[in-house]
Design a protein around this ligand. Structure first.
Ligand code: ZN
Length: 236
C-alpha cells in the first residue's frame, strides 16, 4: 500500500522485522488502521494518542508505533507536540479554507485536462471501482466506502495524464482525512457522493467537460462545511 511506509519499514532496525504480519508490515497495518480511525471520526481532532494503549491494541513495540506517528505526521493527519506527544491534527478555519481551495484548483484543473474520449478500458475500470463503492455503501461497510472512494478518485485523476498533478491531488486529499469524516458517517451524504460519482462517469461518457469540472468542484465542500460547523469555533 503506502510506499513511503514500506520504505521506512525496510529501513527499520532488524528487530522491527519481527512485527511483520501477513503480506504487509506491522507498520503499514497500523498506519492503515489509524488512518481509518481518523477518517471515520473514531479519533477526534486534538485527541491525544496514548502510546501504551495503542501498543497494546495493535500488538506492536513503541519503536514501531513511533514510526507510525512519523508516517501519519508526514501525511499531515497527526501532529507531534514536544512534551505532549502525538495528537490528531486539528485544522483552523483558515487551514481548512486554504486546503480546500488548493484541492479545488488541483482537481478542477485535472478534470479540465482529461483527454476525451477516455479509453474504453479506463472507463470500464472506473465503472468497476464505482460498483465496489456502491456495494460498500449498500453494506454500510465504512472502511470499504472510504477505500473504494479513494480508488475512484485516484483512477479518475490519473486520467489527466500528468502524474505530478495526480500525485499532488492524492497528497492533499490525504491531508484532508481528518476533515472528511462527516460525509463518511452520514448515510445521506454517502449516497449523495455515490450519485455524484455516477454523474462524473456519465459526464466522461458524454464527453461533457463543463459538467465534469462542475461535479469535481461541487464534490469537495460538504466535508469542509460540516467540519467547520462542528469544530470551527472550537479550534480558532
Ligand atoms: Zn468521492
Amino acid at each position: 500500500m503506502n510506499t513511503s511506509a514500506t520504505t521506512n519499514a525496510l529501513a527499520a532496525p532488524k528487530g522491527a522485522q519481527d512485527d511483520q504480519v501477513g503480506t504487509g508490515t506491522a507498520l503499514d497495518r497500523v498506519v492503515a488502521a489509524m488512518e481509518e480511525d481518523i477518517v471515520l471520526g473514531k479519533l477526534h481532532p486534538r485527541e491525544r494518542l496514548i502510546e501504551e494503549e495503542l501498543c497494546a491494541r495493535f500488538g506492536v513495540t513503541r519503536h514501531i508505533l513511533r514510526q507510525v506517528f512519523t508516517e501519519l505526521s508526514r501525511m499531515g493527519i497527526v501532529e507531534r507536540i514536544p512534551n505532549r506527544g502525538a495528537l490528531v491534527r486539528a485544522f483552523s478555519t483558515r487551514d481548512v479554507e486554504q486546503l480546500y481551495s488548493l484541492r479545488e484548483m488541483l482537481e478542477t484543473s485535472a478534470a479540465a485536462q482529461i483527454e476525451f474520449p477516455v479509453k474504453p478500458e479506463d472507463l470500464e475500470e472506473l465503472t468497476a471501482i464505482q460498483s465496489d463503492h456502491d456495494h460498500a455503501i449498500e453494506q454500510e461497510d465504512l472502511v470499504e466506502v472510504f477505500r473504494s472512494n479513494q480508488r475512484f478518485h485516484s483512477k479518475l485523476f490519473d486520467l489527466c495524464g500528468n502524474a505530478y498533478l495526480a500525485e499532488a491531488i492524492k497528497t492533499y486529499a490525504q491531508r484532508a482525512h481528518g476533515i472528511r469524516f462527516h460525509v463518511l458517517i452520514s448515510p445521506a451524504k454517502r449516497r449523495k457522493a455515490r450519485d455524484e460519482h455516477h454523474m462524473m462517469i456519465d459526464a466522461i461518457t458524454r464527453q461533457d467537460r463543463g459538467a465534469l469540472i462542475d461535479l469535481c468542484r461541487g464534490h469537495l465542500p460538504p466535508s469542509k462545511n460540516a467540519y467547520l460547523r462542528t469544530f470551527g469555533t472550537l479550534i480558532d
